[in-house]
Write a protein that binds this ligand. Structure first.
Ligand code: AMP
Ligand code: MG
Length: 331
């Protein structure tokens, strides 16, 4: 098995970050006075999760750069002092021997530019911040990219039902996939991994599709037109974060549409790399809306791609034809 040590370190780091996020979220639920629009809980969890994961990666792979969403600039200001104290407190609950300097340095270590050569990690400490604040779906997403190709993906989804058909049952899943070795799922609570595969559906009328909750992140109206053309009968499954890739990978849905709302928007590599490995290793396919493969080799964004279409593979050509028809008619 390739990347065994990387996989072990990455899974442990993501599990710890999930624990930190859930601790912060539980406090958020309890704090009745806290307005949902208040960004500070997500900020504490974001920085804290990034610190824990970066700390673990630096310890195990000191030469690997990290491309992450956050830096500690704001925490070093007077305005950020209160948040900084909370971040350090949360990180200390998981890593006892770590002081302020090391926490801030870990957060600041994620500013790599990415690119085509060598290996680096990409991290979204909380993907789906809006879902996190709503008490819905979010993901801790970590991937290893080698020579521009994602080769290992880990997605922690602390609030995702372990079984999609039991939405009120146990929650908290982790997805992990290494290139060429298939995709696995486990619950956060139990280390037993099981293989997952995409839905075995070739008839789009039997398919379901997922998309962002946020209409600003993916065009709901255009996706509805794509679904209509395909003859999809069920309403969209709307969930935040890369949990959408997880849903396609284990067959809860067979299509993930991310249709641009904003001309020129460049997708960030940390919003897709982990999900990309999990879906492709579960037997699915991922492209942009033009059918082009995702190009992770260009730096921090997928600047040569437009939007995202992920499917179970069997449906990809039909979905691409419908997407093409709808987008070429769109004003
Ligand atoms: P989702 O959970 O699918 O709504 O996606 C969350 C991600 O959307 C965030 O991590 C942002 O980086 C990203 N995002 C922000 N603005 C846009 C946009 N205009 N189009 C697509 N994605 C966006
Ligand atoms: Mg994100």
């Amino acid at each position: 098995m390739a990347y065994q040590q990387e996989r072990r370190v990455a899974v442990r780091a993501v599990l710890r970050a999930c624990q930190l996020c859930e601790t912060v979220r539980a406090a958020l639920v309890l704090a009745e006075t806290l307005a949902k629009k208040d960004k500070s809980p997500v900020t504490v969890a974001d920085f804290g999760a990034q610190a824990v994961i970066a700390h673990d990666l630096i310890g195990a792979f000191p030469d690997d750069p990290i491309v992450g969403e956050e830096d500690a600039g704001d925490l070093r200001t007077e305005r950020g002092a209160a948040i900084k104290d909370k971040v350090i407190q949360q990180v200390n609950a998981l890593i006892t021997d770590i002081g302020e300097d090391k926490v801030l340095a870990a957060i600041d270590s994620c500013t790599s530019a990415g690119g085509a050569a060598g290996r680096y990690w990409t991290l979204d400490p909380i993907d789906g911040t809006k879902g996190f604040l709503r008490g819905q779906q979010y993901a801790v997403a970590l991937a290893l990219i080698k020579d521009g190709v994602p080769v290992l993906g880990v997605l922690g989804c602390p609030n995702l039902p372990v079984e999609a058909r039991r939405p009120d049952g146990a929650r908290g899943c982790l997805f992990v996939a290494a290139r060429g070795e298939g995709a696995m799922m486990r619950s956060l609570a139990d280390a037993t991994e099981s293989p997952i595969t995409v839905a075995d559906i070739a008839d789009p009328a039997r398919a379901s599709f997922c998309e962002s909750v946020e209409a600003g992140h993916s065009a709901h109206d255009l996706a509805a037109q794509v679904a209509d053309r395909l003859g999809v009968r069920v309403p969209p499954y709307r969930i935040d974060s890369q949990a959408k890739y997880a849903a396609v990978a284990r067959g809860d849905a067979s299509i993930y549409l991310r249709l641009p709302t904003l001309a020129g928007y460049q997708e960030n590599i940390w919003d897709h790399a982990a999900g990309y490995v999990v879906v492709t290793e579960a037997g699915g396919r991922v492209s942009d809306v033009h059918g082009n493969p995702l190009d992770f080799s260009l730096g921090r964004t997928l600047r040569n791609n437009v939007g995202i279409v992920a499917t179970n593979g069997k449906l990809h050509a039909q979905v691409m034809a419908a997407v093409h028809a709808v987008l070429s008619l769109a004003p």
